[in-house]
Design a binder for this molecule. Structure first.
Ligand SMILES: Nc1ncnc2c1ncn2[C@@H]1O[C@H](COP(=O)(O)OP(=O)(O)OP(=O)(O)O)[C@@H](O)[C@H]1O
Ligand SMILES: [Mg+2]
Length: 231
């Protein structure tokens, strides 16, 4: 509330130090989610997309363990208490938006919260209102910190209390906005950026590193080869 009430489209960037904190973030986010919402999760293998979805599932109080839907493209978790279901999708193996359409997610969307791992670039067309979430590792392999950037799209999130998600987590808002926009101000930002990374400015400017990531994850067999069994 307050400072960000009138402009909830400001991306929030949160520092999530542990898996338990990621779970808490998911539970807290679930309290803001409602039927019809679409959440797209992006981030490298093992970033914590499923971990965040597990927290969302716990917060929504849905049935069944939320696990990585690697061998199932989409899994429906009905509510245990009359609320929206969680539809958990893994788009990792999908190579274009038409394949997403084959899942017919639109049929379930109005009664569910739909969370799509690897959804960026594939699932945006499902809804004009979305919550795009990017999970980044710290640059240090010994550091389990994740940086989570929440970027709301569309009118759905106007006036929502995304700002409150950051309570208890380190966060930057104005700086995240500057960084996402790739503004010059971001270049001098040293306290809101994961150590060892170019940060959001690189992502927004379409740096080769980011472009390579996007290309390789859509490379079909390459995507499958890069990922075998995982939790
Ligand atoms: N700060 C953290 N936030 C989230 N997960 C963390 C954190 N620290 C450690 N972990 C661990 O990292 C792993 C994240 O795995 P997860 O399956 O959620 O990744 P993913 O992004 O879904 O990967 P994939 O692309 O393979 O689906 C888990 O084992 C989790 O316990
Ligand atoms: Mg996963």
């Amino acid at each position: 509330m307050g400072e960000f009430e009138a402009d909830s489209a400001v991306p929030r960037r949160l520092r999530i130090p542990t898996a338990a904190a990621m779970d808490r973030l998911g539970r807290r986010l679930a309290k803001l989610l409602r039927a019809g919402d679409l959440v797209l999760l992006d981030g490298e293998l093992g970033a914590g997309k499923t971990a965040l979805t597990q927290g969302i599932g716990a917060g929504l109080e849905v049935k069944g363990p939320v696990i990585s839907p690697t061998f199932v493209l989409a899994r429906v978790h009905p509510s245990r208490q009359g609320g929206p279901a969680l539809v958990h999708v893994d788009a990792y193996r999908l190579s274009d938006a038409a394949e997403i359409d084959d899942l017919d997610l639109e049929a379930s969307m109005s009664a569910a919260v739909t969370v799509v791992e690897w959804g960026q670039g594939l699932a945006e067309h499902l809804a004009s209102d979305r919550l795009d979430i990017l999970i980044e590792r710290s640059g240090d392999p010994a550091d389990e910190t994740r940086w989570v950037t929440l970027r709301p799209a569309g009118r759905r999130w106007a006036g929502s209390d995304l700002a409150a998600l950051g309570d208890g987590f380190s966060q930057t808002a104005a700086k995240a906005l500057a960084a996402v926009n790739g503004s010059p101000a971001a270049a001098g930002d040293h306290d809101g950026r994961p150590p060892g990374q170019g940060g959001q400015a690189a992502a927004a400017s379409g740096s080769p590193e980011v472009a390579a990531t996007a290309a390789s994850r859509r490379a079909g067999s390459g995507r499958q080869a890069g990922r075998t069994a995982h939790g």
